[in-house]
Each structure stands twice: as structure tokens, then as C-alpha cells.
Design a protein around this ligand. Structure first.
Ligand SMILES: *Cc1c(COP(=O)(O)O)cnc(C)c1O
Length: 472
């Protein structure tokens, strides 16, 4: 299988090259040139596979330049009960009739990003070794992404990680998760500034071509194709968990920000998984809700993005959205290029003429959840079902309940555990004991390792020079 760019100006590439990439050289996103088609007989075969077996069956269709035995090794080292708490990896639990929760957050950092990032860590290490290369990952995080990346890349060979976070802006739990790591290849840097300042520093360093080449800079952000691929697997797993026959349809409600998670659902649906609807749930940052209801995309500027109680969805420019628009526009790469150049300049676009395709052929629907909705949903689930969900998952459930049609089975993605967002849980249901996985007990008491720097890219560059050998 070859990979191409949504903007059509990049030579076709193999999986292992795409894996280490951020944006394509032409500014687009990399995608497989076709989505493999899964027929009914294959679906039936896959129904009884374990998570790692299913992951191998799906991923081997995309990662065609990695020998099957090596891919299997990467997968079995990634998806096991030690890392994800159970052999199911992503179990499904029932909330009420026709409404389920897909548990994606039982990994090391208690958020769904672990499912993909743990795979990426092992896959990166493997590919770097094969190519005799190294990589210096620099990233900016306001919480979930940074910790998931650090827990995936800690101790990996030929990988150094410099993770920038806004000084004093993360929760005590998030700080403890990241800063307590003691691995030599993990470098936490707290910037005296906001998340956007961290992101600007990362951009500035990435744009310095000489520095980038000297230190082999790379990223693991949400546009990485390997992350999307790893996320396709659990849509199949969840479908099999809640159906008896391939004749049944299942819809998914997904708390969304950068459109990475639901993009994987969209690809699973395109591969032939009998998904009914793909429901995009947003918080107050409702740019995607507007698009999937009206066909108009108008991203907000970073400084117009609301700070909400489902913070991992506080995104106003969905970085993976271009992958869907490419397909929607029937692979018209010049048009995709034009539209997203406009987005870069702060313009929006209007595709309301293909609204029927968006909701019909592609099965998309969307809804929005606010702070009050999220609190009410958490409280209601807790009081009615003794089930505690985190604020992001609550957004997904709220929207699912609003949009659910008679007889429609909906699986809601659980994108984080409540323990990560204790403050909002307490606001919703009062002071209660919030269950925490054993491996996080006492986390906040551990010594923390972080370098606090002024908001200046040069100071970060100095840190990289101090820890990584430059190549001439
Ligand atoms: C990252 C994240 C999301 C949003 O996922 P996308 O793939 O960016 O749409 C939702 N909830 C939580 C808890 C997250 O960490």
C-alpha cells in the first residue's frame, strides 16, 4: 500500500516513511491511496479475534512494508493486560438499553490517546532501528497529549523527548504524571506562558531547517497517520462486542477536538464496518458541530478558543479534518489545497451543497454539550446508574442521548477517566471518592523533574543542544 497527500504534490510513500512524518512536504496530510475493503466473511472471521489478533489483521493491511512477524511483535508488546489493565484492551460496558461506553482510557495515562501512542512508541523504535536513524521529538501539551507521548516514548532507543507545557497551568495530577518520570530520554520543560506560547516555540524550532536537520526534530501530534491507524482497531472491536451478527448496525458518539478519533471511525466505516452514524460531539468550541450540521467550516483563532471543563477538546481548528474533506471532495487535491490555504489565513469555507453526502453517504451527525450539560450528564449517570464518567465522555453521552433515534444502538467513546478531572466531578456530584487505578496511587507525592524557562525559543534550543549530539 502506498500513501499519498491530501494536496497531491507529494510522491507516494511507504508506511514506515509516513509513520515518522508530521505534515506532508506539500503541507497536506498523508493517507493510504485506497481503504482496504472488508467483506462479510472476513468480518465474521474477525469477530472472535483477541485485540492483538484483530490489530494485526487490520494493521497488516496498511503497514505493508513491515514484515508480518515484526508487526506482530510490535503489537503484542503494545496491547497487553499489563499496559491496558485487561486482555480486552478496550472493553465495552452497558449504560442502558442501546447505550454503551467503549473504555479507551485504561492505559498508563488514563486517556484514550494511550491506545494509539503506545503503539507509536514501539513502532517508532522499530522503524528507527531498521533505518539506522534517531529522532528528537519536540511537542507542546496542555495535558493529555504530552503525558501519553512521554509514557509511550520513555526509555525507547534513539528517541529523545522535549515536552513543553505551560508553567502552572496544568492540573496537579497532570503535572505529577509527566514530571515524575525519571527516564533519561524524557525532558520536561515548563514555559512561563500559555499553551499557545509553547506551541509557537515548537513551530519556530521546526521551521529552522538547519536546526531541525542537525537534531533530527520530529513530532507525534494528532495528524500522525500511525495514531489514526491504531485507533481504527477499536471501532471493529466495539462493533463485535455489541452485536451478534454483521447485519446489525452500530453508531458511535465521539467527544471530538482534532478529529483524530472519529476520523478513524470514518475509515472503519469506509472499510465496510457496518457503522450506522458517526456522531461528532463537541464542547463549547463547536466549530465541527456547525460544519456537520450546516456544512460551513469557520475555524476560530486560537485566542477566541474557549477554556472549558472538557479541556482536551478546546480546539478550534481540527487538524485531521482535511483527511475527511479530501474524500468528501472526491480527491480533488487542488480544491483541498485552496480551501486549507484559506483556513491558514483565517478564512472558512462552505460545503453546504454536499450536506446530503456528509450525513447520508458518510453518516455524520453532530451535537454540542456545554458546561451545564456536562455536569448534568455526570450527575444523572452517577445517580441513575452509579456510573461515573469524565467530562469529555459526558459530552459524548449528552450528544448521543440528544440525537439517538428509535432503536439506534450507540457506543460512546470514553476518552478519559474521571480521576483525571476530579474538580469537575466534584462540581457535578459533590465530594466523593473517585476511583483511581492502583498504578497512580501516590503519584503526586513523587519527586518532580522539570526545567522552568522564560518564553523564549532560544532557551529551549539550548536545552536540546545540551542533551542531543548535533550531526554536521
Ligand atoms: C484528545 C482528546 C479528545 C479529542 O480527540 P480528537 O482525536 O482530537 O478529536 C477528547 N477527549 C480527550 C480526553 C482527549 O484527550
Amino acid at each position: 500500500m502506498k500513501y499519498i497527500s491530501t494536496r497531491g504534490q507529494t510522491e507516494p510513500m511507504d508506511f514506515s516513511d509516513v509513520l515518522l512524518m508530521g505534515l506532508a512536504p506539500d503541507g497536506g496530510l498523508m493517507l493510504p491511496d485506497t481503504y482496504p475493503q472488508i467483506d462479510d466473511a472476513t468480518l465474521s472471521e474477525w469477530r472472535n479475534l483477541s485485540y492483538p489478533e484483530l490489530a494485526l489483521a487490520i494493521m497488516s493491511k496498511f503497514a505493508t512494508d513491515i514484515p508480518a512477524a515484526d508487526l506482530e511483535d510490535i503489537i503484542t508488546r503494545t496491547y497487553n493486560a499489563d499496559t491496558f489493565g485487561s486482555a480486552d484492551i478496550t472493553p465495552v460496558r452497558k449504560i442502558e438499553d442501546n447505550l454503551y461506553v467503549l473504555e479507551l482510557s485504561n492505559g498508563p495515562t488514563l486517556a484514550f490517546k494511550d491506545v494509539a501512542m503506545q503503539f507509536l512508541g514501539n513502532a517508532f523504535e522499530y522503524v528507527l532501528k531498521q533505518k539506522n536513524k534517531r529522532i528528537t521529538i519536540i511537542g507542546a501539551t496542555s495535558g493529555d497529549t504530552g503525558s501519553a507521548a512521554e509514557y509511550a516514548l520513555r526509555g525507547k532507543e534513539n528517541i529523545e523527548v522535549f515536552m513543553l507545557s505551560p508553567h502552572g497551568k496544568m492540573s496537579a495530577f497532570q503535572r505529577a504524571q509527566m514530571y515524575s518520570l525519571t527516564d533519561d530520554n524524557i525532558h520536561n520543560i515548563a514555559i512561563k506562558g500559555m499553551f499557545d506560547d509553547c506551541q509557537d516555540i515548537v513551530k519556530a524550532l521546526q521551521q529552522d531547517a538547519e536546526f531541525k536537520a542537525q537534531y533530527d526534530l520530529g513530532t507525534v501530534n494528532s495528524i500522525n497517520w500511525g495514531r489514526i491507524l491504531a485507533q481504527i482497531v477499536y471501532y471493529f472491536k466495539a462493533y463485535f462486542a455489541v452485536t451478534d451478527s454483521n447485519a446489525d448496525k452500530v453508531s458511535f458518539s465521539v467527544p471530538s477536538g482534532n478529529f483524530g478519533n472519529i476520523c478513524a471511525g470514518h475509515i472503519a466505516r469506509e472499510m465496510g464496518l457496518p457503522i450506522g452514524r458517526l456522531i461528532v460531539a463537541t464542547n463549547e468550541n463547536d466549530v465541527l458541530n456547525d460544519f456537520f450540521n450546516q456544512g460551513k467550516y469557520q475555524p476560530r483563532a486560537a485566542d477566541k478558543t474557549y477554556v472549558t471543563s472538557s479541556p482536551s477538546m478546546d480546539i478550534s481548528k481540527a487538524s485531521n479534518f482535511e483527511r475527511f474533506v479530501y474524500l468528501l471532495l472526491e480527491k480533488d487535491t487542488p480544491r483541498v489545497h485552496e480551501l486549507f490555504d484559506g483556513v491558514k489565513q483565517g478564512q472558512g469555507f462552505d460545503l453546504s451543497d454536499v450536506m446530503d453526502t456528509i450525513s447520508g453517504q458518510y453518516g455524520f451527525a453532530a451535537g454540542k454539550s456545554t458546561h451545564a450539560d456536562r455536569l448534568a450528564t455526570i450527575k444523572d449517570l452517577y445517580e441513575t446508574h452509579q456510573d461515573l464518567v469524565d467530562p469529555h465522555t459526558a459530552d459524548g453521552i449528552k450528544v448521543a442521548k440528544d440525537l439517538q433515534q428509535v432503536g439506534e444502538v450507540i457506543v460512546c467513546a470514553e476518552t478519559a477517566l474521571p480521576a483525571k478531572f476530579a474538580e469537575t466531578i466534584t462540581e457535578a456530584v459533590g465530594q466523593i471518592d473517585i476511583a483511581r487505578p492502583a498504578h497512580t496511587e501516590g503519584l503526586e507525592d513523587l519527586a518532580q523533574h522539570v526545567t522552568v524557562l522564560d518564553n523564549d525559543a532560544e532557551l529551549v534550543a539550548e536545552q536540546i543542544r545540551a542533551h542531543v549530539q548535533a550531526v554536521a
